[in-house]
Design a protein around this ligand. Structure first.
Ligand SMILES: C[S@@+](CC[C@H](N)C(=O)[O-])C[C@H]1O[C@@H](n2cnc3c(N)ncnc32)[C@H](O)[C@@H]1O
Length: 204
């Protein structure tokens, strides 16, 4: 996601600094969901509003983008969400092994050029990171409009021994539509007529 440099970005980040963390402290009595590549945060903010007893952590590598998400959380005075400016590849240094319950990957950048496949967030090297931080009964919930990325992801998860469940090529006309919360990209692409694909990849 390209973002124009935010005016007064540093001051705005400072104003919502209580929403940012570098080493999250997880409450073991609560379920923790992590979203990787949260963008402007529509999805994770709506989840946090809907489920006040669940903890949410949103990770995004672009600070000008995650700032918008943190400002939304601040406007709504949410208590159950934190944000981290961080690259997915560094998550093993941030989270204790097997401490996260579930991971969301929503509309991850597809990196369509064959030579760029190692950058896709469902490439095996990233799956190793997720397996390291997820609990043994944990899972990844993945959505995309991109057929190529979806096929690649199905292959990577299968080759890496994940247990795939509830795979659909048309989320909005499936049984999962009822509880689905749309992301910014999802709203945009589905309005343009693209089908949304979804899968669950369970550790076991
Ligand atoms: C296509 S956007 C989708 C945003 C949002 N999830 C949505 O569905 O509307 C992908 C986002 O993932 C972020 N991203 C890409 N690679 C990342 C990485 N390695 N670590 C953290 N964030 C990443 C990008 O900066 C971008 O904001």
């Amino acid at each position: 996601m390209r973002a124009r440099k935010k005016k007064h970005g540093a001051e705005r980040l400072e104003a919502v600094s209580k929403y940012f963390t570098t080493i999250p402290e997880l409450d073991s009595n609560k379920v923790t969901y992590l979203e990787i590549g949260c963008g402007k945060g529509k999805f994770i903010i709506e989840n946090a509003e809907r489920n006040p007893d669940i903890n949410y952590i949103a990770v995004e590598k672009v600070s000008d983008v995650i700032l918008l998400a943190a400002e939304k959380a601040n406007d709504r005075e949410l208590k159950n969400i934190k944000f981290m400016i961080c690259d997915a590849k560094g998550l093993t240094e941030v989270f204790l092994p097997h401490s996260v319950d579930y991971i969301y990957l929503n509309f991850s950048d597809p990196w369509p050029k064959a030579g760029h496949y190692k950058r896709r967030l469902t490439y095996k090297a990233f799956l190793d990171v997720y397996r390291h931080i997820l609990k043994e009964d944990g899972a990844i919930f993945f959505k995309t409009d991109n057929a190529g990325l979806f096929e690649f992801s199905l292959e990577q998860f299968t080759e890496d021994g994940w247990n795939l469940k509830n795979v659909t090529y048309d989320l909005h006309n499936s049984e999962f539509a009822k509880d689905n919360i749309m992301t910014e990209y999802e709203k945009n692409f589905s309005e343009k007529g693209f089908n949304i694909h979804r899968l669950e990849a369970w550790v076991k």
